[in-house]
Design a protein around this ligand. Structure first.
Ligand code: PEP
Ligand code: MG
Length: 325
């Protein structure tokens, strides 16, 4: 079964009736990237850079970050690499960076909020990413955006980083694309406004589900309440997708939901064709896409969208996964 799946690595992810999907990998290292490429990834939809900052005693300097980003970009070759800026806080702590004890860390000092507070760290990272952009197809992505001001501020610091490189005479991609993660309900609610300031959106369903449903993604006691197949989540997804389409910017999904075959009818219904997932999920999802008729899948998605409970939605989607798999 594993060997059979591996044969699909070089096959395009196309439904029986010709709808193309682009499948990319979520990675934290060059090692992950190699696995993703082996499994047929057409790029990196999410490079989680926080792992570069973990298991050490100090912040990585520009040069060190640049080396890692460059290695990833060169390994990816012609494929795009979406590098997400630092997303610590919440569940991810750094021993050498004394983050305050918080009652609600997932609602607290986290991700872009830290980057906009500790501007020197952010500029160092942006500078390293920009330098790597001279070696391939790099895009920048901001995590946990919840307002337009955050995007403006981050872009202002990006402009400073570019200016700095300009002055040092160092090359970077002057047309580098900058995207936003949609993983906070506020971002979905103002997706039309954010779309004017972003080159692309990527939906982070892991956090989006947690925040829409007010269910801590780490708390096992309430794990049964944590599901992307809640009508409220589907409505939130639709809002973001419609805003992206209206604005004419690409939208992809990079949360765990992207790696779940059950979600394919939802993507067909919403018209999302760009999925980024952990390397282990790529071939399984592709296998499912190859055995799917988009027309039927879209109908199932439309039907699910109108159902009232996650129990009903999940049961329909589970049936779908059973069909000639
Ligand atoms: C997400 O929230 O869906 C996401 C992809 O980011 P992370 O899992 O790293 O928080
Ligand atoms: Mg997230």
């Amino acid at each position: 079964r594993k060997e059979q799946l591996q044969l699909l690595a070089s096959v395009d992810a196309v439904t029986k009736d010709g709808v193309h999907f682009k499948l990319s990998g979520n990675i934290s290292s060059v090692k992950d990237l190699k696995q993703a490429l082996k499994h047929g990834a057409e790029g990196v939809g999410l490079f989680r850079t926080e792992f570069l900052y973990m298991d050490r005693t100090n912040f990585p300097e520009e040069e060190e970050q640049y080396e890692v980003y460059r290695q990833v970009v060169e390994t990816a070759g012609i494929h795009p690499v979406v590098i997400r800026t630092l997303d610590i806080g919440g569940d991810k702590q750094l021993e050498y960076f004394a983050l305050p004890e918080e009652d609600n860390p997932f609602l607290g000092y986290r991700a872009i909020r830290i980057s906009l507070d500790r501007k020197e760290l952010f500029i160092t990272q942006l500078t390293a990413i920009l330098r790597a952009s001279a070696h391939g197809n790099v895009k920048i992505m901001y995590p946990m955006i919840s307002s337009l001001e955050e995007v403006h501020e981050a872009n202002q610091l990006l402009a400073e980083a570019k200016q700095g490189l300009q002055e040092r005479g160092i090359a970077y991609d002057k047309d580098i694309q900058v995207g936003i993660m949609i993983e906070v309900p506020a971002a979905a609610a103002i997706a039309d406004l954010l779309a004017k300031e972003a080159d692309f959106f990527s939906i982070g369903t892991n956090d989006l589900v947690q925040y829409v449903l007010a269910v801590d993604r780490m708390n096992e006691k309430i794990a049964h309440l944590y599901t992307p197949y809640h009508p409220a989540v589907l409505r939130t997804l639709r809002q973001a997708v419609l805003a992206a389409k209206e604005a004419g910017i690409p939208i992809s999904v990079c949360g765990e939901m992207a790696g779940d075959e059950k979600a394919i009818p939802i993507w067909n219904y919403l018209g999302v064709n760009n999925l980024s997932m952990s390397p282990q999920s790529l071939l399984r999802v592709k296998h499912r896409i190859l055995n799917t008729t988009a027309k039927d899948s879209q109908d199932i998605g439309a039907h699910c969208y109108c159902l009232s409970t996650s129990t009903d939605i999940e049961s329909e989607l589970t049936k779908f996964v059973g069909i000639d798999a």
